[in-house]
Design a protein around this ligand. Structure first.
Ligand code: DAH
Length: 339
């Protein structure tokens, strides 16, 4: 038995020494010490050994096992060190290589213009507020003096969710929400997304953005409206910009107007840009209808106000001379990177 164990030990040592990698070394471990290994087989055959010899044989088996394990450990450490060494030699890091640059995104042209508009109005003491995109029919229409049979309420313009709830078609409902929750004096703008059931083309989209504006205080007149909006467009388009008001109709303002600015391309002489007229239509505005003030809990005898609504995309397209609105929604990096 002793000889047999001696033989196993020698074989194991030889094979361990011959192992040229960690995988091979593990094979050797399994072959000798594993469940079906040679040394394990000897242990299993202990019952054939005479009982009085068992302690002695047991001791030999343990010594053999310990010796093999020790050799395995040492060899493993040596092989690991060698493998690490080889790996480090192989993986050269060139610290002088240029770093990978992370690609920066771009501000969307709408965002650039909105930032500017907000800056101008905040500079005049306005507050920037938001209202919900999913809105009640009441706020979007009723409270703005838009009666049930008004063409703007036609199903084909409005995305209804049910007969009381819809996607707002304008930012004007924010006027009502602000009037309900704040006491005058009020000076606010409310930018946001609006929705209309329109087909997509160069000038239409089912979802676009508006900026609403509202001022309410004692003795507010059309002169305040004119002065404020004039100042706004001079800051936005340049100090030579002139404004012109044309009578118009909106149910929530009386009187109502549309405001044109002198063409900032040709200065008013007439060009392709302003279709020869020298003027460009820019926004809708007016004095808030007394009925609208009253419905929202503001006394029209004591207070008056003006309001306006601008299409953000309209200003963006004009300012950057973009001729197709769809470019604003495609998020093509080659387009956006120009802003
Ligand atoms: N809500 C109007 C629209 O979507 C725009 C507008 C016009 C808003 C006149 C106003 C206003 O506040 O006074 O066409």
């Amino acid at each position: 038995m002793k000889e047999k164990l001696q033989k196993i030990r020698e074989n194991a040592m030889q094979e361990i020494q011959a192992s040229d990698g960690l995988a091979k070394l593990n094979d050797v471990r399994v072959a000798f010490l594993g469940k079906k290994g040679e040394l394990t087989a000897v242990l299993k055959s202990m019952k054939e050994v005479a009982p009085e010899d068992r302690p002695q044989v047991g001791q030999w088996v343990n010594e053999t096992r310990a010796a093999i394990e020790k050799m395995l450990e040492e060899t493993k450490a040596r092989l690991e060190a060698a493998e690490l060494e080889a790996k480090l030699k192989h993986e050269v890091i060139d610290v002088t290589l240029p770093a990978k640059r992370s690609k920066l995104g771009h501000s969307h042209p709408n965002a650039v213009v909105l930032d500017e508009v907000e800056r101008i109005f905040v500079g005049m003491g306005y507050e920037v507020v938001e209202g919900p995109e999913v809105e009640y029919d009441y706020y979007n229409f009723e409270a703005l003096n838009i009666p049930a049979n008004h063409p703007a309420k036609d199903e084909q313009d409005t995305f209804y969710i049910n007969d009381k709830i819809l996607l707002r078609t304008q930012t004007s409902p924010v006027q009502v929400r602000v009037m309900e929750s704040k006491k005058p004096p009020i000076r606010m703008i409310a930018p946001g997304r609006v929705f209309r059931a329109d087909e997509v083309d160069a000038t239409h989209s089912p979802s676009f953005h508006q900026i609403e504006g509202m001022v309410i205080d004692k003795n507010i007149t059309f002169a305040d409206l004119k002065g404020t909006l004039g100042e706004f467009v001079r800051k936005l388009f340049g100090s030579n910009t002139k404004v012109k008001f044309r009578p118009h109709h909106f149910p929530f303002t009386e009187p109502s107007a549309e405001m044109d600015v002198s063409c900032f391309k040709c200065g008013g002489k007439g060009c392709r840009f302003c279709k020869g007229s020298g003027w460009i239509e820019i926004l809708g505005c007016g004095m808030i209808h007394p009925k609208v003030l009253k419905m929202s809990g503001i006394d029209p005898q004591e207070y008056s106000g003006f309001a306006f609504g601008v299409g953000l995309e309209r200003i963006t397209l004009l300012k950057y001379e973009i001729d197709d609105m769809r470019l604003l929604y495609e998020n093509d990096d080659r387009f956006l990177s120009q802003f």
